[in-house]
Design a protein. Structure first.
Length: 211
């Protein structure tokens, strides 16, 4: 059998390109749906697919659904709420008409993930990992912030706040997955994805219904 360990590169490139298109499309929805409505689109669209993936994982792994401990609820709630805030902040920043600049600031997320991971989960970062994170983040920022590119202070603060919220969401979801230590990683991750999306969809639907 051929070595397929390199496939992560292909999937990463596809995911990065898809994420950029998704963010740009969501930005276009804010004019008609508002920031909260455009944020809801992300979760409302993803929730049914997450349930399908979860069902497929149960069948493929022949594994029952996890029985999460109480602490799981706290972690997944942190991840869900932080991701809602991150998406809303990102879209609000993009309304400042500085898509490229805002996107560059949101890409400081890996640095903040490493920091929050160390604080909340005790994740260690080796010098090589730290160097890779810094180089990758600096590369994205340098490519985005071309000479003559302008950005308001508000857009900058919103972009950095969005990155911090995305980082907190990563830590929250990772913390939730780690509590499901009796399940396989694939099941724990897929289950958490489904729970998080359903929670986000319900919360934002209630908010939009009220306001």
């Amino acid at each position: 059998m051929r070595d397929q360990s390199w496939l992560w590169v292909v999937f990463t490139l596809i995911a990065a390109a898809s994420q950029t298109v998704r963010n740009a499309t969501q930005r276009g929805l804010t004019a008609s749906l508002g920031t909260a409505g455009a944020t809801q689109v992300r979760f409302l669209f993803g929730a049914p697919f997450a349930l399908v993936f979860l069902a497929g994982t149960v069948i493929a792994l022949s594994e029952s659904l996890p029985r999460p401990p109480l602490i799981y609820g706290a972690w997944v709630t942190l991840g869900a709420l932080a991701q809602i805030a991150a998406t809303a902040l990102m879209l609000a920043a993009m309304n400042e008409r500085a898509f490229v600049v805002v996107y560059a600031y949101t890409k400081t997320e890996p640095v903040q993930v490493a920091l929050f991971g160390l604080i909340f989960l005790g994740d260690t970062v080796t010098p090589a990992m730290a160097a890779a994170i810094i180089v990758a983040t600096a590369g994205v920022v340098i490519m985005a912030l071309k000479p003559g590119t302008s950005s308001s202070i508000q857009a900058t603060l919103l972009g950095l706040s969005s990155a911090a919220s995305f980082a907190l969401s990563v830590v929250g979801f990772r913390g939730a997955i780690l509590t499901l230590d009796k399940s396989s990683y694939g099941m724990a991750a897929t289950f958490t994805l489904a729970v998080g999306l359903i929670m986000q969809t319900v919360l934002l639907s209630l908010y939009l219904g009220l306001w």
